[in-house]
Write a protein that binds this ligand. Structure first.
Ligand code: HEC
Ligand code: HEC
Ligand code: HEC
Ligand code: HEC
Length: 422
């Protein structure tokens, strides 16, 4: 569906070329296979143990043998455990000629799926003091850089040309995909400690910037997928690119609202546009002079969903150019101050009175954003009150299950968050 050339080859997961030597090559007892942190080398060294015991990525290919996968396979007419369309995301993508002797399909998403094929760096990367740039030159993926990390995770958690996810898979029973960079890094049982030593080796992380970068790169990925020839050839475009709730809700003639999807007739399905929404908020707070043009381009994109097959790709291409020329460089440079972070959180807490008030797509991202932005404030010396923490917990609770989403509980949590920011 999407991607290819998104960020230039240096930032893409290193699936091409290098040999994948297999998880067992990393798991030696004096390497990454300790059963507890050893603490004398800077890194933990129990990475394999954590991955194998607690990280769902190690079970990703086993999942393809589950009862749920079997049912998905029956509906799609495929065998999930051997189907390339499932293994693209539920396994290690090394081509047959790139698999080392210890490579095992049953290892699922292994060390090298994320860190890059180790054919050229396995022996070298243990040299003390080896520069990160030298590791990257030998094929290691720079997972410590937020842009590269987002590209890696989003390739599977949002989908792209090499990892296509379709409405057909979802209609057959695949769960909808959801992603936010820092939240998911925290949810993946971490096998690295962001301590002082880590920051010295790999740089400090700015959670608010990571959040904005993650949204910008998700928007870029969505726009790329809307460009020429990628939106599907059927009677309907690829529906996974649109807001699920646009179609999957009970009939209610009073539900439709003007302003949700600028310039379109009532009933036109809106795109899965959550990243655009968050970028808009970021711009209002951090770079208001760029906001009007962005909103114009966005309105043109929305209007184009109603204007024939050629209009959407053209509007997507124009908006993507603007995103790359203006927004991304700005986000990369700018670090938000506490007052701006608070302002952003206040606007988020105002969602309950906006046209997107009852929007699940926005609500689940709102919960994750509130946590990340609150962490960013804490990192700048403004730790959250008990009330702020309770409000964020309540936000997460309100979006825990799509089927049981109760806008009233969500709005109450937003109100509590707003009060906690006074
Ligand atoms: C090769 C594809 C792929 C890549 C790359 C990838 N993931 Fe995943 N991820 C998956 C799959 C597939 C699952 C579900 C595994 C299962 O349950 O079988 C998953 C599950 C997860 C989960 C658990 C989700 C839940 O609902 O419990 C988290 C958290 C996660 N991934 C975070 C990340 C992060 C962070 C990155 C980037 C550093 C990343 N993933 C990169 C494919 C990928
Ligand atoms: C674009 C990447 C991608 C593709 C392609 C993909 N999956 Fe997934 N799959 C994921 C991710 C990511 C998750 C975890 C979702 C989450 O929890 O956030 C997942 C979760 C699942 C789950 C739920 C796991 C659980 O523990 O409940 C099943 C079952 C599944 N996938 C089966 C399949 C099958 C079968 C195929 C092929 C038809 C497939 N997947 C194709 C990325 C993908
Ligand atoms: C789903 C993706 C993913 C998988 C699978 C994965 N890692 Fe990581 N790993 C990361 C991310 C993200 C980081 C944090 C960013 C960084 O420091 O590079 C990381 C960090 C590390 C670090 C650096 C810690 C430090 O203090 O500098 C080591 C070592 C490591 N991983 C080893 C492994 C090993 C060994 C495996 C397999 C057993 C593995 N990883 C599997 C994503 C992954
Ligand atoms: C433009 C409208 C539209 C959008 C957007 C859309 N779907 Fe669908 N979906 C349909 C139609 C039509 C069907 C087939 C209904 C039937 O068979 O009766 C369907 C079927 C399904 C089914 C099978 C169960 C059922 O209700 O028929 C699931 C599950 C599903 N979609 C999930 C999703 C998810 C997840 C998304 C968002 C990523 C999504 N859909 C986006 C129109 C849409």
């Amino acid at each position: 569906m999407l991607l290819a050339g998104l960020l230039g080859p240096a930032l893409l997961p290193a699936t091409a070329g290098d040999r994948h030597e297999g998880v067992a090559s990393c798991a030696g007892g004096t390497c990454h296979g300790a059963t507890r942190p050893l603490g004398d080398s800077g890194i933990r060294q129990d990475e394999y143990f954590i991955w194998q015991q607690r990280d769902p990525h190690s079970q990703a290919s086993a999942t393809l043998g589950s009862e749920r996968s079997r049912r998905i396979g029956v509906r799609l007419g495929i065998q999930p455990q051997t189907a390339a369309q499932c293994l693209a995301c539920h396994g290690d993508a090394a081509a047959p000629g790139q698999r080392g002797e210890r490579w095992l399909a049953s290892d699922g998403i292994g060390c090298e799926t994320c860190h890059g094929g180790s054919g050229r760096w396995l022996a070298e990367h243990t040299q003390p003091g080896m520069a990160l740039a030298d590791k990257v030159a030998l094929g290691m993926t720079p997972t410590w850089q937020p842009q590269a990390r987002a590209a890696l995770c989003q390739s599977c958690h949002q989908g792209d040309a090499e990892h296509p996810i379709t409405h057909a898979m979802m209609a057959a029973g695949h769960p909808p995909l959801l992603f936010e960079l820092d939240t998911f890094v925290a949810l993946q049982p971490p096998h690295h400690d962001r301590d002082a030593d880590y920051q010295q080796r790999k740089g400090a992380q700015d959670p608010a910037r990571n959040w904005a970068l993650g949204q910008a790169l998700a928007a870029d990925r969505l726009l790329h997928s809307l460009e020429d020839g990628r939106i599907g050839a059927g009677l309907f475009p690829e529906l996974v690119l649109f807001d699920c709730d646009a179609c999957h809700h009970p009939l209610n003639a009073e539900r439709w609202q003007p302003g949700r999807n600028a310039g379109t007739a009532p009933g036109t399905p809106p795109l899965a546009d959550a990243p655009f929404y968050w970028l808009g908020l970021w711009l209002e707070v951090a770079a208001p002079e760029l906001a009007p043009r962005w909103q114009q381009g966005l309105a043109a994109l929305q209007a184009s969903t109603d204007a024939g097959r050629a209009a959407l790709p053209a509007a997507a291409r124009a908006l993507r150019q603007q995103l790359r020329a203006q927004l991304l460089p700005r986000i990369e440079q700018q670090s938000l101050q506490p007052a701006q972070l608070k302002n952003l959180l206040r606007r988020l807490a105002d969602l309950g009175s906006s046209v997107r008030a009852n929007d699940f797509l926005i609500a689940e991202q709102a919960a994750m954003a509130s946590q990340v932005l609150s962490d960013a404030l804490a990192q700048q010396g403004q730790a959250g009150s008990e009330e702020r923490r309770a409000a964020i917990d309540a936000l997460f609770l309100s979006v825990r299950r799509r089927e049981q989403f109760q806008p009233a509980a969500y709005h109450a949590a937003l109100g509590q968050l707003q009060r906690s920011l006074r």
